[in-house]
Write a protein that binds this ligand. Structure first.
Ligand code: NAP
Length: 237
């Protein structure tokens, strides 16, 4: 039975991915940070294991590795999905919020790759699926740091895929467009309509649609795919 860790598995795209993996018979660890109630409900629904950890914190990341080793003897697939957004003018954002964004979106992803790779390299198999964003490709006004963090995740994916491909480990990335989750909860109805107007498929994506791309890149159906950034954006980019 295959084993997967999904960071930020308590809500949105991560929770949808947990549901897909669990429905396909995988052993799933759902990581969460603040949303304990949602995480517990998801565990009751899917029988996934839960591990509370702040991916921006080094000790928490080590605890996540120890939990996966103890509970499942390691993992086959790491999904780096946990992320936070930050809206506002570039030169007006509070430094602590900016630092937190980079430490969740970028450092969390980079360092979890570093922690979980050795076991994959030893086995000469395994895969990592990172979650970037369409903004990491196009850049977004008033989401400059978010865009930069997500561009870095795409860059990490491409480079790491080259380094570990010869060892049988695949690294890919999903770049969602505008997906209907809590992350976009701050958008007004008018902003949502304006965004929808720019999307060729003329609607927002669902968490499940983004999760299906994650699942595909984690599955054997994508066995010859590595180093890719797969847009799930209704043609937005
Ligand atoms: P969401 O509904 O806001 O969920 C975010 C998830 O990340 C939650 O499960 C949250 O866990 C977790 N998280 C946040 N900070 C964390 C931390 N420090 N440690 C561990 N987990 C943490 O967002 P979403 O839309 O599903 O986003 C999922 C991913 O897709 C993110 O990387 C996001 O940047 C990316 N994305 C989203 C969109 C979109 O339009 N929604 C577009 C492009 C990319 P807790 O609630 O338990 O704290």
């Amino acid at each position: 039975m295959k084993r997967v860790l999904v960071t930020g598995g308590s809500r949105g795209i991560g929770a949808a991915a947990v549901r897909l993996f669990a429905a396909d018979g995988w052993q799933v660890i759902a990581n969460y940070c603040g949303s304990e109630e949602q995480a517990r409900a998801l565990a009751a629904e899917t029988s996934c294991l839960l591990c509370r950890a702040d991916v921006s914190d080094s000790d928490s990341r080590s605890a996540l590795l120890a939990f996966a080793d103890e509970a499942l003897g390691g993992i086959d697939v790491l999904v780096n999905n946990a992320g936070v957004a930050l809206f506002g003018l570039f030169d007006a954002l509070p430094e602590n919020a900016v630092q937190k964004l980079y430490s969740v979106n970028l450092t969390g992803t980079v360092e979890l790759c570093r922690l979980f790779l050795p076991q994959m390299l030893r086995r000469k198999s395994g895969c990592i699926v990172n979650v970037s964003s369409v903004w990491g490709t196009t850049g977004a006004s008033c989401e400059v740091d978010y865009s930069a963090s997500k561009a870095a995740v795409a860059g990490l994916t491409r480079a790491l895929a080259r380094e570990v491909g010869p060892s049988g480990v695949r690294v890919n990335c999903v770049a969602p467009g505008v997906i209907d989750t809590d992350m976009n909860g701050r958008l007004t109805y008018e902003e949502m309509l304006a965004l929808t107007d720019e999307i060729p498929l003329m609607r927002l994506g669902t968490a499940e649609e983004a999760a299906k791309a994650i699942f595909f890149l984690a599955s054997e159906d994508s066995a010859y795919i590595t180093g890719q950034v797969l847009g799930v954006d209704g043609g937005f980019r």
